[in-house]
Design a binder for this molecule. Sequence first.
Ligand code: P1T
Length: 381
Amino acid sequence: MGFATTAIHAGNEPDPTTGAVSVPIYQTSTYAQEGLGKPRGGFEYARTQNPTRLAVERNVAALEGARFGFAFASGMSAIDAVLRLVKAGDHVVVSDNTYGGTYRLFSRILSNYGIEFSFVDTSDSGEVERALKENTRMVYVETPTNPVMTVTDLTAVSELARARGVRVVCDNTFMSPYLQRPIELGADIVLHSATKYLNGHSDSVGGVVVLNDEQDAEWLKFVQNSVGAILSPFDSWLTLRGTKTLALRMEQHDKSGRAVAAFLEEHPKVEKLYYPGSLSHKQHELAKRQQRGFGGMVSFDVGSLENARAVLEGCRLLTLAESLGAVESLISHPATMTHASVLPATRQRLGITDGLVRVSVGLEDTDDIIADLDQALGKIK
Ligand code: P1T
């Protein structure tokens, strides 16, 4: 079956009680049992199982080509759950540019529990290889990275890791399974902030983890139930509704993303563009090979905080806000917003300068998005 068919039908079977074609929101905390030790249809308590959540877990797993899926209350709680696959004394190799919250979780919280992290440029497979140690248990990759759009070769990194029995985790939030399928490229575990493209409408916070390994899946299920950071029935339903149009939405995000990037690249006030779809992007060929498109995330540098402020505050259609991947175009300032918890020196090294602006190209008419950016760039003195 094709992607759009899977998106609409996987996990979305008619409700067994009524035949409702839209999976109902099972807004319940518990389930009546038929007798002692006899739950109906395997449902006992809603932290453990919920039919609406089960539907979205099956749906996203199918979209990523995975056997198992688990939905969490946020992207961060999904990431936290995945990191429970390693323990004190273990070592994790991580992309040096990830979402700021991921960096914060790893460096400020999980490192207090005896997990050791090496932050390296995973776009250089040699750096990944050199960082691997006897106690390395996981390579954690974000590709393309948030916000400077660095691309990691998932096939190369997965081969390196597999040879040493190390799991590869890929945060696929920026691409969605429509544009990139990391499991097919060798990754073991794929996760999403479902808040972004999967949901796609800026009306829910969630996270999803998918994988094929049965033992790791058992453990994640145990973690999901034991910790309890589950996706609510309503948010599960919203995400399920979102993925039904994922193929169509990603086509348009990709189309407009390319047009916006092409416009920015030619603009005299733009000093540097970060978009893997651009011929000038140093991993353009790799991105072309491992992605089905380039998506709607575009970052660009206008040289100073003053210039960035002029653009960010000058936009009328694009909304100044954190987050991405929704119908509305959003514009943000990574250095003070999403990546404020990254050390200033690291931000500089990665290119997250005070002049860097990030756009999540939405689904408005492409010309309107470009016209708004054009007039906002015109506010730079
Ligand atoms: O916000 P939450 O659903 O918890 O997801 C965290 C997260 C994980 N991974 C990536 C690649 C992300 O971009 C995010 C969240 N990012 C933003 C809020 C942002 O504006 O970049």
